[in-house]
Design a protein around this ligand. Structure first.
Ligand code: GAR
Length: 234
């Protein structure tokens, strides 16, 4: 059974971030100081650059190496079960996929439905999957971009929280285009994490509504409650 989502000792919602690589989106989120507690960063690759950044910032890290389950009867399900255990020890209110390059099993996705978000380097539903910048250049599109969305069991789909579009220039290469998109990723993802932590996102079918900011958002309430000392006893 899933333990209830945690507020940390500071009353802020707890967040676990999954990475596979350099972790520049993780860095952008941490440096934005969102109204949540990054409880842990977990990677499926021991060499992921983002792990070192997390450690330097006093964030707990863990590696759940997917290759360790290669000989299991169902390697993907076995890895996802181990990953789920590692994640749930932190009782996250939100699971953030930040360059986590694994296809997730339906059981994993169901377990975190409504509290797992992903960033993808394209204007979804265009270009799900890999090599998005190369494919955009090959197609000659004039606009490209990035998307933050809730995760569903279909790869790179799910209710869209926020998107940014950038122009594609005639002389763009995969490198210049990906750098232009990445700059926007670093603006979008911290904002989306904050919105979630403030309780401002409502999923309505395939659409996401952003509620106006109020001082009564959950994270703010938790902070206010902490000011009631000693506890009211009746
Ligand atoms: C980012 O561009 C992110 O959008 C992409 O991986 C990169 C990770 O970079 N994610 C996907 O392609 C997921 N389908 P980072 O490790 O520097 O954040």
């Amino acid at each position: 059974m899933t333990p209830p989502a945690a507020g940390g000792t500071d009353g802020l919602p707890s967040v676990v971030v999954l990475i596979s690589g350099r972790g520049s989106n993780l860095r952008a989120i941490v440096e934005s100081a969102p109204p949540c507690r990054i409880a842990a960063v977990i990677s499926n690759r021991p060499g992921a650059g983002g792990l070192a950044f997390a450690r330097e910032h006093g964030i707990a890290t863990e590696v759940v190496d997917h290759t360790a389950w290669a000989d299991a009867a169902d390697p993907r399900a076995a890895f996802d079960a181990a990953l789920m255990q590692a994640i749930d020890r932190h009782r996250p209110a939100l699971l953030v996929l930040a360059g986590f390059m694994r296809i997730l099993t339906p059981g994993f996705v169901d377990h975190y439905v409504g509290r797992m978000i992903n960033i993808h380097p394209s204007l979804l539903p265009s270009y799900p999957g890999l090599h998005t910048h190369r494919r955009a250049l090959e197609d000659g599109v004039r606009l490209h971009g990035c998307t933050v969305h809730f995760v569903t069991s279909t790869l790179d789909s799910g209710p869209i929280i926020v998107q940014a579009a950038v122009p594609v220039h005639p002389d763009d290469t995969e490198d210049t285009l990906s750098a232009r998109v990445l700059e926007q990723e670093h603006r979008l993802y911290p904002r989306a994490v904050s919105w979630f932590a403030q309780g401002r996102l409502r999923i309505d079918g395939n659409r996401v509504r952003l509620l106006p900011a109020t001082t009564h958002a959950p994270a703010e309430q938790a902070r206010a409650a902490a000011l009631v000392v000693p506890a009211l006893d009746g």
